[in-house]
Every structure is written in C-alpha cells, then in structure tokens.
Design a protein around this ligand. Structure first.
Ligand SMILES: *Cc1c(COP(=O)(O)O)cnc(C)c1O
Length: 398
C-alpha cells in the first residue's frame, strides 16, 4: 500500500475538523474557520444546530432502522410536508442526490412505458450540468472528465448548450421522455437559468408530452431564499430531485413527483434499503421545522442581498481579482480574473472556507442561518484575500 488507505479520488486539503458551531468549524489544532462552503450546501442550518442535534439524538435512542417493508410514520410525515409545500403529490426518499436523480430518470422512463410508449426513454440535459457520479448520472451530466475510462456511456442522454432553447427543440425526437435541468447550476459555476427559459422549457415539455425534471439537489431547500429555486420562475416541474440541504448534514435525498408523473412507479419497480430511514426522517423533519418557520426564508433573502451588495463592492475594489458576482440567494459565485484556486487558497489563508466551481468561479454557500455579523466578517476576509492577490495580479498584467 502507498499513501492513504482511502481512494485517492479526492485531492484533499490537509485540514481536519473535529467540531462545528453555526458558521464556524474548528480544526483538531483548535483553529477556527468561517465556513462559507457548508459542506457544499449540505449544512443548510450550520453546524450543531440545537434543533437538529435534539431530533437526531432523540431518534437515536428509539429506533435507527426499519425496512421499507413496514410503515415509517416519520417518512409519511416528511413526505406530507414536502407535498404540502410544493407542486408534488408523491415522494421517494433516497440517501444521496445521485440516487434522487436516478429515481427521477427511472420515473420518467416508466411513465412513458406505462403510457404505451416504451420507446420514449431519452432525456435532454445541458452543458455544464452536474447530476452525480453514478453511471447514469455521469451520462446525464455529460462531462468528459467524469465519463472517461468507465466504458460505454449509459444510453439515453442528449446534451444541448446551456440555455439554448432552439437546440432543445431540435433535440426532441419521438424517443424523448424528459428534460432535466438545474434551475441554478452549482458545479457548473453558479449559473442561474433565466426564469423565461424555465417557463419556455415548461411549454416545450407540455407541447411534446415530455416530463420536466428539476435537479434542486444544490439550489433547493431554501438556498435561493424560496423553498425551491424554481418558485422564482412561477412554474413547476413534474419531477424534482433534492438532497444536500434537506438532511442538514445527515445523508438523505428525495425525488418528488406529481401523481401523473409517478403513475408507473408501482409495487416492486424501484426500491432502497436505507432511503427514508427513521434517523434521516427525524433530521429532515427538523430541517423543515426551521426552514418553513415564519419569516425564515424572507430573512435568507434579506441576508442574501446584504452579502451580494458587499461582494459587489469588493469586486469593484479588486477588479484584477474578481470580475463579477452571480447567483441567487445564498448561492453566490465570484467569477474570478485570477485562477479560482488561487482565490480559494487565499481565502483559506484568511481562515475562510469556500468552494471552487466550473467557469473559474468561487462558490459561496454559507449556512442559511448565517448572521449579519458573519456576513461582514466574510466580506472582510474576502477583502484581505483579494488584496493579497491584487498585487501579484497587477504585476502579472504588466
Ligand atoms: C451534489 C449534487 C448532486 C449529487 O449529489 P450526491 O449526493 O453527491 O450524489 C446532483 N446534482 C446536483 C445539482 C448536485 O449539486
């Protein structure tokens, strides 16, 4: 054996955290980091949120796991609440985002199958998309770097350029089953799909009898200041995958569907061992207690504006480092002039955590519970980080 006993698939930063509190993480050496990465939008309520800790520990003393062969009341309750708060009528719980997408893709294929059209199995996706790392979801994402070396790409995915409605229309064939899109691309570089484009996709789906699938694994559950990002566009999908934020750090995901879209999903056609497990459901319900509380999402919108305006001021101050601010709610991107990795490292030198994304962007995904004070703290650290790079960037430009 050489090096770490862990697969070398992640280029890890040599930092280990042992404790978290709200928007802060503490290393094993006792150093404190301001966490504007939040586990890539997973720790939606920050670290060690008292309501989540109580829900998980209380459930842990009662029952950890029962098979989906039995009724799981907390699962029914969480599904009822998600249905109540969304377009959906039915929910399937999973352990991860990729599995939620797999369920959505399978549901769309089954819908056409039971409607007498087994030939309709193809899904249209968009360049820059990220839908997970299973064999089907890397095919859906269509990124060469994730597909390489894994044999023939899973059949049934047709990719078109980001936001190109004409290309979507051209890509629709008698075999098309669905259109799959992230309302705000995460890994692709915090690229929000314009509301008009989402509306047009809804129209195209209706016109051609396709199912519209939204991947809200990263942008859902309050991240943009609405419970779901597509609410800003005033339209709804037929199917939606969520994950990251709904577990607040506990691994879970869900596929939400209308009754019509889910009509092919009958007993025995899909399953999961761990999905919808009582521990996950206790936490998922606790996350919703907080996110759906009166005024919570309005406050996310208010704080998002504060952060975005502050970021715009820093970008103005350091135009050789940051070109532009983009994104929605507390899902913001800094389009960098310098390599995004350099800015990410400079932020880490300031003891602040962010995440890189495609298109030379730095993602800022603070906990939705972030305070105004922590936002000002983050802006000061960003200013220091940008300042440390501005000198070298100016010299390089000469
Ligand atoms: C993270 C992510 C996924 C994959 O989720 P996993 O839990 O890693 O499988 C899918 N879609 C989007 C938009 C994501 O951000």
């Amino acid at each position: 054996m050489s090096g770490s006993p862990i697969y070398e698939t992640f280029a890890r930063v040599p930092l280990a955290f042992e404790r978290g509190e709200g928007a802060f993480l503490f290393t094993t050496d006792g150093e404190r980091y301001l966490d504007f990465a939040a586990g890539i939008a997973v720790n939606a309520l920050g670290h060690s949120h008292p309501h989540l800790v109580a829900a998980l520990t209380e459930q842990a003393g009662k029952l950890w796991h029962v098979s989906n062969l039995y009724e799981i009341p907390a699962q029914t309750r969480l599904a009822e609440r998600l249905v109540e708060a969304s377009f959906a009528d039915k929910v399937f719980f999973t352990n991860s985002g990729a599995e939620a997408l797999e369920c959505a893709i399978k549901t769309a294929r089954r819908y056409h199958y039971v409607s007498g059209h087994p030939e309709r199995f193809r899904t249209i996706t968009f360049e820059g998309a990220f839908h997970g790392r299973t064999l089907a979801t890397i095919a859906a994402g269509g990124q060469e770097k994730y597909l390489e070396g894994y044999g023939p790409k899973v059949e049934g995915f047709d990719q078109v350029p980001f936001g190109d409605l004409e290309a979507v229309e051209k890509a629709i064939t008698p075999e098309t089953a669905a259109i799959l899109i992230e309302p705000v691309q995460g890994e692709g570089g915090i690229r929000a799909v314009p509301a008009a484009t989402l509306k047009k996709l809804r129209e195209l789906a209706d016109k051609h009898g396709l199912l519209l699938i939204f991947d809200e694994v990263q942008c859902g559950v309050g991240r943009t200041g609405k419970l779901f990002a597509h609410e800003w566009a005033g339209i709804a999908p037929d199917l939606m995958a969520i994950a990251k934020g709904i577990g607040g750090g506990f691994p879970m995901g869900a596929c939400l569907a209308t009754d019509e879209a889910a009509r092919g999903m009958t007993a025995g056609v899909h399953g999961t061992t761990f999905g919808g497990n009582p521990l996950a459901m206790a936490v998922g319900n606790a996350v919703l207690d907080v996110v759906l509380a009166e005024g919570f999402l309005e406050d996310v919108q208010r704080k998002a504006l504060l952060l975005k305006q502050g970021l715009a001021a820093v970008a103005d101050e350091f135009p050789t480092v940051i070109a532009d601010i983009r994104g929605s709610g507390l899902m913001l991107g800094l389009k960098c002039v310098v390599p995004n990795k350099d800015l990410n490292n400079a932020l880490r030198d300031q003891h602040m955590l962010a995440v890189t994304a495609g298109d030379n962007v730095i993602r800022l995904l603070p906990p939705l519970t972030v305070t105004d004070g922590e936002i000002h703290d983050a802006l000061a650290r960003l200013r220091a980080a940008a300042g440390s790079l501005a000198g070298t960037a100016a010299v390089a430009a000469q």
